[in-house]
Design a protein around this ligand. Structure first.
Ligand SMILES: [Zn+2]
Length: 258
């Protein structure tokens, strides 16, 4: 198993906006006991950047996939690109992929077929998936049941119900909580944090979005995953160190880190 520390299971630090002060961002993360970060990339440029970064720091995993809100911008050679990265063993996961009916209700069938196609690729190359799901709980569940992710995966920044969380877990998924669990009125994520079996939990920042309390409005970054962890530990009435240990095990188990 990898080093014990806070693990940010979803961070977009390959975005252009982070590049000017990235070394300080990493320093701050290490200072806050962050031991590993999953960089989720949305393009070839970002994927290459993330792989390059990992050569320097050795504390990153890289996921690449086509986000359901970005289907119009998938390049013509998109699936070949994705498959080439997988073939070369460069990706730890395919993601983020999934369904988003909040932003797009008019292309549900296309979203579904591109989601399924990417699950098939993940299964073919033996890696987990990272799922983005918004206002599409039932369709996402049906797809995961009928196209089971062989290596499992993560429901990222999970915003669904407790009941559905258990259904996704049955499909091999982990439930990852982000900044919203720290918001005062976010009752549902708090309930999920308490209810889900601890062996199936992960945490994340989804930075630059969804900055945890009390820094809402500021740019999010991996160092802030600690705030998510401390709140989840409080809700579960365990020591943050204990939670850190279990989540490190969960992540190592999912991504087969020795
Ligand atoms: Zn994301």
């Amino acid at each position: 198993m990898g080093k014990v520390g806070w693990i940010d299971s979803h961070a977009h630090i390959a975005y252009q906006e982070y590049q000017k002060d990235l070394s300080q961002i990493i320093d701050r993360a290490i200072e806050r006991n962050v031991s590993r970060i999953m960089i989720v990339t949305l393009s070839e440029t970002e994927t290459k950047r993330a792989l390059q970064l990992n050569k320097r720091y050795g504390m990153f995993d890289v996921a690449f996939g086509f986000h359901p809100s970005d289907l119009d911008t998938i390049p013509e050679n998109g699936f070949k690109l994705l498959e080439d990265f997988l073939k070369e063993g460069k990706l730890s996961a395919v993601g983020e992929i999934g369904l988003d009916y909040y932003w797009h209700k008019d292309n549900k069938e296309e979203q579904k077929s591109i989601f399924i196609r990417q699950i098939d690729l993940a299964n073919q190359y033996g890696v987990p998936i990272i799922v983005h799901m918004r206002d599409a709980a039932q369709d996402t569940l049906e797809i995961l049941r009928n196209h089971k992710p062989v290596k499992g995966g993560i429901m990222h920044c999970y915003s669904g119900s407790v009941e559905m969380a258990f259904e996704y877990i049955k499909c091999g998924m982990y439930i990852s909580l982000g900044g919203p669990v720290t918001f005062k009125n976010a009752h549902v994520p708090k309930d999920v944090a308490k209810a889900v079996n601890i062996e199936r939990l992960l945490i994340e920042t989804d930075c630059p979005y969804l900055t945890p309390h009390p820094f809402r409005g500021k740019r999010n970054e991996p160092a802030m995953v600690e705030l998510v962890g401390v709140e989840v530990a409080r809700l579960r009435e365990i020591e943050p160190e204990k939670l850190m240990e279990v989540l490190s095990q969960n992540y190592s188990g999912l991504f087969e880190i020795e």
